[in-house]
Design a protein around this ligand. Sequence first.
Ligand SMILES: [Zn+2]
Length: 652
Amino acid sequence: MRKLLAAILLFVCAVGAPAPAPKPPKLVLAVVVDQFRYDYLLRFRRDYNAGLARLLDHGAVFTDAHHIHYPTVTAVGHSTFLSGATPSSSGIIANEWFDRETGQSVTSVSDPDTKLLGGAPGATGSSPHRMLVSTVGDELKMAGRNSKVIGISIKDRSAILPVGHIADAAYWYDSDSNNWVTSSFFMADLPDWVKDVNRQRPFLKYLGGNWMPPATGDAAKDASAKPFCTMVAGVENVRYCGGIEATPWGNEMIEEFTERAVTEEKLGQHDDTDLLAVSFSSNDYVGHAVGPDAPEVRDISIRTDRLLGKLLDFIDKQVGAGNTLVVLTADHGVAPVPEVNAARKMPGGRLSDVAMLRAVNDALTAKYGEGKWIAGGSEGMLYLNRQLIRDKKLDAAAVEETVATALRGMPHVFRVYTRSQLARSEVTGDYVSQAVLAGFFEQRSPDVIVVQDPYYLYGASGTSHSTPFNYDSHVPVIFMGAGIRAGEYDEKIAVNDIAPTLATILRVEEPSGSIGRVLSEIFAEPVDMPAVVNFVAPAYPRAAKDARIMGKTVTGIRVNRDGAVTEVRTITAHPVFEHYVLEALKQWRFQPSDQDHSFQITCSFELTNQECEGTDKHPITPETWVSAELPIVVHIRTGVRCSEADTSQTQH
Ligand SMILES: [Zn+2]
């Protein structure tokens, strides 16, 4: 009776009060996929069976997460990710902007006071000096934690802005030298292991590679499939891929470099939680060129799933299963290619930057006389010549309004905001205006801001992103790890909610500019489960592979105070798997605790022949991993070996 009462009370507690934040993990793996719309999780779901599949099946998946600022671009998305701040306080208002002090265009991270390390000698470096707020990594450091904080990406802004100011390192790819680089802001000299990676010239192995489309399953058709592009020019009817960053191999280089960083920097093996932020850039380059409806985008999304699977497996092996908290999002989405939209009777089209600037200039000249009225900016971000306005003794607000009126008369201009209007918060209250206000930082923002009609964009080809509309703002947010309650969460959230949630889990101060809330609904009731410190995956039995048998086993185990497994007992199992499961589980070891434990462990055996798709062969890497919470689920996923001729080919 008392037990029943306790159970009821526990149930009531579980419903009535949110669970406490989980224990800090050994490692936070913070992943951004550059330009990844939320609907890529839905549209390509059946093709995902590795990292993204694992996150979707075992993570807390937010189905309605948005960027709430304008413009939705890389630098702003990445600065939001682990700071929780909007541009109105972070100061990161765009990828680049016109700097009124110097009269020049600056990027979000350009820093003339730093030197590039590892690139061309004497080249200027980058730093987070324009970001005015702290990140989760900064808060770990300021709390005096013995944590390592490292950022990695192809793009400098994507490596630097998530980790912030006190990071141990941010590494990015310098396409001039084809080297991994950092800047003198972070350190005096590249570590030996990074120099070693650069000496090996990792990009060389991708030269001559064909980027092949995904298999259709029809062997004859697949054999005749033409590559999307190739890494060398000159083959007939084959498109040159361009820079390596614009191919799936750019992401592969990021992943390889990340594995090396985990090993060399012993990430996840320090006294306190380490933070590793990785941003996969290639999706963005590919997406800009061909748009979200192209087969290349499906292909690179599938490859992102596999690459993420490889990284998660590697980290589990290094850090121990269940010791990593993963959070994944994207910095922005993307609009459909206007011509694709037109063909399906959807609105959309292309805007002319030149026509817009001309209209502005004509209106100002007609009203106030000749002059170089526009000081800088482009694509709807206009900086006026303030000196000229002062010289002519004009009222700045009136000049801005003249510009706005001229622009409002142009086709496909949705809204025009002026600096004076935004500085006084005199805007309508809808979400578009709120996004523009959240993106407004008075000292840096333009004098006039134009938001275009939905599905309209600048540029003569391909597509882009920047608007507050859902195709640009709606992105994945997924948390996965011990103490995180898996499932789908449909409430609307902001990407700004990630940082305060992490700060709460890590027991540090909320980043200084964070406006998000703690996503406490994902905190699971604490479970009495010590971490797995030695994880041995059951082998996929040869006989089962040959007969293509898949299935699940359920096994009960007892664990003593020392963390040793003292008893294993089959509850259900296909006989072909039973022996292998029992042998593996006997070797498991858990963290010592103050009591004995009993668990049920489900082992799921799955065969996939995805690795044999088309002619683009991937080496077969069996995937095995264990879920970080109760019930414990072990996945054993392995590929069917392709023919020898196929697997011996190197097709990267
Ligand atoms: Zn982009």
